[in-house]
Design a protein around this ligand. Sequence first.
Ligand code: SAH
Ligand code: F3S
Length: 449
Amino acid sequence: MSAKKVFIKTFGCQMNVYDSERILESLSSLGFEETSQISCADLVVLNTCNIREKAAEKVYSELGRIRRMCEDSAHRDQKKTVVVAGCVAQAESYEIINRASVVDIIVGPQSYHMLPEMIKDTERHGHKLIDVNFNHQQKFNTLPQRNTKNNRATAFLTVQEGCDKCCTFCVVPYTRGAEYSRPVEQILNEAIALISRGAFEITLLGQNVNAYRGKGPDGRMWSLSKLINTLSELDGIKRLRYTTSHPCDIDEELIECHNYNSKLMPHLHLPFQAGSNRILAAMNRKHTSEEYLRIVDSIRLTKADIALSTDIIVGFPGETVAEFDKTLRVVEEVGFAQAFSFKYSPRPGTPAAAIKNHISEAEKASRLNALQSLIKEQQLRFNISCINKTLPVLFDRHGRNSGQLLGRSPYLQPVHAIIPYKMLGQIVPVKIISAKTNSLFGILQGSQL
Ligand code: SAH
Ligand code: F3S
């Protein structure tokens, strides 16, 4: 009998990419193998994102497509079990069941370890099942050890989940729950398993990763920098990264770590969201723009060549043009290597959604445009500053054009190079010869040629 097939589609952030991998691993205990073709799948999992309205709406259109496919005569004899996982599942479980009859199982981000049992139950009894309980500890304790077949050089590893910051625009505290840090030993074991499968660059993930305070083997609470220093001593580890950080949780120790730990890559993703202090207070960000700029100064004083990236929201309710201008000023002052910018999207149940004086879509679009042209300029400037430099690039995938590989510089820039395929999965010196807004192009350097 051929193996049962699972198709999984992942929306949203890196943590969802990590979660999807772990879901696939846990389903292998039921004999499921991954397929990239939804039409052949016995089980379809949508791992969803609820951060902005557009992301959530995508899920419903995908479910419509799946329903039409299931009704299509060609597929009618093959019953598909349909699972909605992730943050939309958590936030809108009953709405999904009511709106999309094709869905069998709803599973929130803290209940993935329950999925194999839920699938067995649904297959046996045809029940529709919902599990949106919060239990980080049980999830991480119950999920099977890493057995991924994906032996890429780069891997994600969730060390912290959830957020206590409660920015007024954000659904994460409701969908991912309160902050939880995994114990150090569990993380070390997972890192060792990933290394044994070929990974040597690990990105530590958390919604608020620098708030990490996990129980160490010595019984004390370890900080992120202590965790990073210990991970960097594991045999086989060459590069470490972490994301996403909150400005209020940056401490001296972490900044120093960038200075002396050569395996920690010179890149920091540090969202600032808005330039006006009134808007920052309304967002409940707990920092002013001056404090943000001071943190940036002190990081650059310690590690001059660090690449900074950020997240910015335009058109928060009540934001005036003058206040938006302050966002542009902060961007100008910092000079980012990269930035993600978004139009404010009201999320049901969040405090900001109830604020009056929402900004029109047209105004938000025009502010986003202005901000993105400034960001593009800065990205291009940063990328051009790398021309003629030789950077160690980790090539971990094939490029779009034949004969090319695609990798990442220490600063996280995508680097294309014409390079022998045998160098896939290696860190090699590359001389950068040209730059675009979103990527670099280079040639192999020295004896590697
Ligand atoms: N620290 C988090 C970031 C949350 S979401 C993490 O890594 O998981 C990523 C970004 O989406 C935020 O930094 C913010 O800029 C943006 N965002 C969150 N809620 C939003 C909303 N309601 N509208 C528009 N953008 C939003
Ligand atoms: Fe969201 Fe703010 Fe936390 S953006 S994830 S509530 S730090």
